[in-house]
Design a protein around this ligand. Sequence first.
Ligand SMILES: [Zn+2]
Length: 344
Amino acid sequence: MKLRTAAFFILSLNLISCGPVNSDNISTAKRLHDDAELQFQSAYLALATGKLKNNRPETRYPWPFEVLSIGHTMSSYQNYGGNPYFHHGLDIRGDAGADVLASAGGKVVNIENYVAGLAPYWEVAVLDEQGFLWQYHHVDKDSIPDEIWQAFRNKTSISQGTKIGEIYYWPVVTYGERYHHVHLNILDADSNYLNPFAFLEELPDQKSPQIEEIGLLKNGRLSEGNIVSGDYTIYAKVHDLILHDKFVVPPYEISYSVDGSDPITVWKFDNIPGGGSREQYVSQFFNPSMTCGSYRCRELVIDLGFTTSGTNYFTDAIGPHTIEIHTRDFVGNATSATFHWQVQ
Ligand SMILES: [Zn+2]
């Protein structure tokens, strides 16, 4: 295990000798991983034929291993020094070496070292019987059973619950924990990223999302106080926790009403706003000057003026106004908060 970790850092940092895990190699390691993942495209994605009705699959499947916590959701903000992007899949935390069992049966359509030469970045992909593509990332290559390799070579199917490998020993520590996980993407016929929570059994998540702060935004910057004029929007600093006390993630859904209006949904993460694009809209949905998402920082500020067709500025009617903001996680835990401001 130690050898493998050392080998990873030698490769990722081009060091002649390896050193201890420190904050510099944490960010370098992750940036390397994610830039490579952004370039990851394969012809096999065209095999997917699945399309969801009402954003929900017909079945909910078992988790691939015992879930310790959720590290990131599809809506998580990620910025490791390159272009920011939505995390687009689910980081399912488990023990290193735990068996990864296929949540859905189907054809093994890919086994690939998608960052060539780096051991943490092996994928096993399964096309389920509904035509959805399940990409399991960070499977330990040495643990992928012969049966899975054979199914890949022969283009045959495996049944639900078949072992596809084991969780890789993750080389990076974040928030005091070694980040062993499988990153799971689920894609449809148009290569849109879908929310894996919709496909997997409900988690015993009791914590509601929190709204930590609400305020005014002018030209993408915090506007102090609660008096405003001209074009402006409103932000909400939010966080949610799923079976963990530090791995902050965004809520599944955020909506609001102004002065008692019908609720307006800013976004509901059945998919990401860019569909198949991880980067599109991320710096409009999150306020980039107040948001971070990396191994060292998780601060999430949502611009409630976000729409996919441009900024929706708030009311310019002179006088006092009230916004009520609602957030909800995938299992339905909900929180609301209110903010008052004055247009002059
Ligand atoms: Zn991930």
